[in-house]
Write a protein that binds this ligand. Structure first.
Ligand code: COA
Length: 294
C-alpha cells in the first residue's frame, strides 16, 4: 500500500519552501520575490485527489515538519493544500477501505498524525475549499487557522461507517463544545467558513485569493518575535488546550520563569527602558523543554 511507497515516489506529495515567498493580494507570489524570514511553507500536493491524506503523504508531512522544527532558522510553519479546491478532503478513502484494525495500528503513516501535532514550532493552516475528515483534523492540530471565505469544514466519517480518528472528536469538542461537536460528528454536516468563524475554530476568515498570503504574513509576524518566548507561548497555550487548569497554570509558570535570564528577555526589557525597538536574536537553539519543566 501507499505506506510502502519509496522515498522518491513520496517526495512530491509534500512541497517545502523555506524561506517562503510573500504573496500579493491577487494570491500569487510577488515578483521579484520577497522572502519571508523565518517562515516555511508546506504544501500538501495531491490536487487531483483534493489533497487526500494518504499514509505516504502523512509520513512525508511528518518528516517535513520535523525537519523544519529542528531548523533554527524556521520560526513558523504554514501548511496549505495545492490548488484552490481543497486544503484536504480527508484521509484517502480508497486506501482506508483496505485497512484492518491491525494494519492501522502498525502503520507508520497513521502515526504521522501525532508527529505533526508534536512539533514545537508554531503552525498555521491556510485553508481554501474543502477541509473534511482528516483535513479538518490536520487544520485543528495546527496552532492557528486562516480560512478562505469559500472554505468548507466537516467530519463526514460517520457517513463511511467510522468516526474521526486523528483527533477530530477531541479537538473539536474542546474548541466548540460538546453539543456542537457532537452534532457535526454524528451527522457529518458541513459548515461554511462564516459558521466556523462563529463557532470559534478559525483565527480569521479572509477573501479566498488572499488566504495563503494572509497566513504567510501572520507567520512572518510570529517569526519576527523572540524565538524562545514564541516557543514558550506555544507550549503554554497548547497546555491550556490539553491539560487540566492547574497543570496548565504550572506549565505556564515554569515557562514564564525559564524565560528570565534569556538574552531576548534582557534585550526586550532593556529596549523598553531605553525607549527603542528590541533587537531579537534570529530564531535559534531553544533552551526550554516543551513541557516547561526546568
Ligand atoms: N480520498 C480519496 N480520494 C478522494 C477523496 C478522499 N478523501 N476526496 C476526493 N477524492 C478524489 C475523488 O475520488 C476524485 O478522484 P477521481 O477524479 O480520480 O475520481 C477527486 O478526488 C475529485 O473528487 P470528486 O468527488 O470528484 O469531487 P466533488 O467536487 O464531486 O466532491 C468532495 C468533493 C470533497 C465533496 C468529495 O470528493 C468527498 O466527499 N470526498 C470524501 C470526503 C470524506 O469522506 N472524507 C473523510 C474521509 S475519512
Amino acid at each position: 500500500m501507499a505506506d510502502q511507497l519509496t522515498r522518491d515516489e513520496a517526495q512530491d506529495l509534500v512541497l517545502v519552501e523555506h524561506p517562503a515567498r510573500r504573496h500579493g493580494p491577487d494570491g500569487a507570489p510577488l515578483e521579484p520575490p520577497e522572502w519571508l524570514a523565518g517562515v516555511a511553507l508546506v504544501t500538501l500536493n495531491r490536487p487531483r485527489a483534493l489533497n487526500a491524506l494518504s499514509f505516504a503523504l502523512l509520513l512525508r508531512l511528518a518528516e517535513a515538519v520535523e525537519a523544519l522544527d529542528a531548523d533554527p532558522s524556521c520560526g513558523a510553519i504554514v501548511i496549505t493544500g495545492a490548488g484552490t479546491r481543497a486544503f484536504a478532503a480527508g484521509a484517502d478513502v480508497a486506501e482506508l477501505a483496505t485497512q484492518t484494525a491491525e494494519s492501522l495500528a502498525a502503520s507508520p503513516g497513521f502515526r504521522g498524525w501525532d508527529r505533526v501535532a508534536a512539533v514545537a514550532t508554531p503552525t498555521i493552516a491556510a485553508v481554501r475549499g474543502y477541509a473534511l475528515g482528516g483535513g479538518v483534523e490536520l487544520a485543528l492540530a495546527c496552532d492557528m487557522l486562516v480560512a478562505a471565505d469559500d472554505a468548507t469544514f466537516g467530519q463526514p466519517e460517520i457517513n463511511l461507517g467510522i468516526i474521526p480518528g486523528a483527533g477530530g472528536t477531541q479537538r473539536l469538542a474542546r474548541v466548540i463544545g460538546k453539543a456542537r461537536a457532537m452534532e457535526l460528528v454524528l451527522t457529518g454536516r458541513r459548515v461554511s467558513a462564516a459558521e466556523a468563524d462563529r463557532l470559534g475554530f478559525v483565527t480569521r476568515v479572509v477573501p479566498a485569493r488572499e488566504t495563503l498570503g494572509a497566513a504567510l504574513d501572520l507567520a512572518a509576524a510570529v517569526a519576527a518575535q523572540p524565538a524562545e518566548a514564541v516557543r514558550a507561548a506555544v507550549a503554554a497555550v497548547r497546555a491550556a488546550f490539553e491539560s487540566p487548569l492547574a497543570d496548565g497554570i504550572r506549565v505556564e509558570r515554569d515557562l514564564f520563569r525559564a524565560l528570565f535570564g534569556t538574552p531576548d528577555q534582557a534585550e526586550g526589557m532593556r529596549a523598553f527602558v531605553e525607549r527603542r525597538e528590541p533587537r531579537w536574536r534570529a530564531p535559534g537553539a531553544i533552551a526550554i523543554p516543551p513541557d516547561g519543566a526546568s
